[in-house]
Design a protein around this ligand. Sequence first.
Ligand code: ATP
Ligand code: MG
Length: 417
Amino acid sequence: MLTNAPRGTKDVLPDQIHKWHYIEEKFDSLCERYGFREVRTPVFEHTELFKRGVGDTTDIVQKEMYTFNDLGNRSITLRPEGTSPVVRAFTEHKEFANPQPTKYYYNIQCCRYEKPQAGRLREFHQFGVESFGSSNMMADAEIISMAYDFINELGIKDVELQINSVGCPHCRQKHRDALKAFLKPKYDKLCKTCQDRFDTNPMRILDCKSPEDQKLIQGAPMMLDYLCDECADAFEQLKANLDAMKIEYVVNPKIVRGLDYYTKTAFEFVTTTIGAQGTVCGGGRYDGLVEQIGGPATPGVGWGMGKERILLTMEACGCEFPEPKATDVFIAFMGDEAKAVALGLVADLRRKGLSVAMDVVGRNIKNQFKLANRVNAKKTVVIGENEIKENKFTIKDMATSEQTEVAMEELAEVLMK
Ligand code: ATP
Ligand code: MG
């Protein structure tokens, strides 16, 4: 028990961390190019924020949150998603008073009490972006383009962008009525989750993963056929903007973000390479959300992308990761006097910016060389009594076995070359 991590969590060990660093650096650079700036919010928030911001009828709020009372008896929830905290920060710090849009990105972990399986964890990691202050479909196209570029830059193939519109509170009501009328005779055959959604959030029944339910909803009324003029026009503009940016997509009328304050654009990037949990990125427009949380009415659009799923997809597609960084120099030593010289040299070289390794366990010289191989050192230097006495040190290039003899004063300079 003590030596097992909680169910649904995963350690990332140092031999895998270069993959995480790689995608994180790529993401930072992507966001910089698009003019998005990083925001960091707390790992926990008042429970009420998520109830309001995610919605009382959602799976997240109903059964997936890590909620507890802290010692001051406040109800606290570990962040299950990234949008609500960013909306809270945007409002709290009056960022709406600046010229809009405000474009944020974040790199966070989220906690949801879900059933763990491949691509589904209880603590998972997300990249996310949010763009506030524009109702123009250019903002939607801009963030979709970011996800599209990112996926391509990572070398991921077989991912499809699927787009839809979920309309607005005005046109959604008509669709909701039609959908409920269509589903009513089939109610008894729907899965338990969908039965629960029938009254609270019927649109979500459309994206139920159960094959039986998928059969039942064949021929169901789709939101796209119920859009009001404004929403229909926005969807046409979105498609035109994506075309102009040479972004390929398919329209999938079953993609939903089924909450009142989600409006118009909904989209997902989906892959078939990693099994059932194939949505690597999901997002959409949420024009009612800032106001819902207590800020001034402000349009917004954003997405979240699961890092574990991105990494799984990259591995499934055989994407290349850069090799972990090698050690520049290994300093070996023999004897106490040499140890002091070696310690001084190592400290000096590290301060000058080289990546330097030495044994700190007390290995004999033979085992120090083994260690040099293990840390993949490009060069080694041996320090012994003779070398110190004659002020002659040999730098050995581990790839070519070439040896160069230099004095202590020149060592750093030669190694830095
Ligand atoms: P799903 O339908 O896959 O459950 P979701 O609609 O709950 O996704 P969002 O809240 O939109 O997901 O989160 C954005 C992204 O975060 C998802 O597209 C997915 O890549 C990732 N994600 C969501 N939940 C998990 C989880 N439990 N474990 C790992 N990744 C997750
Ligand atoms: Mg989910």
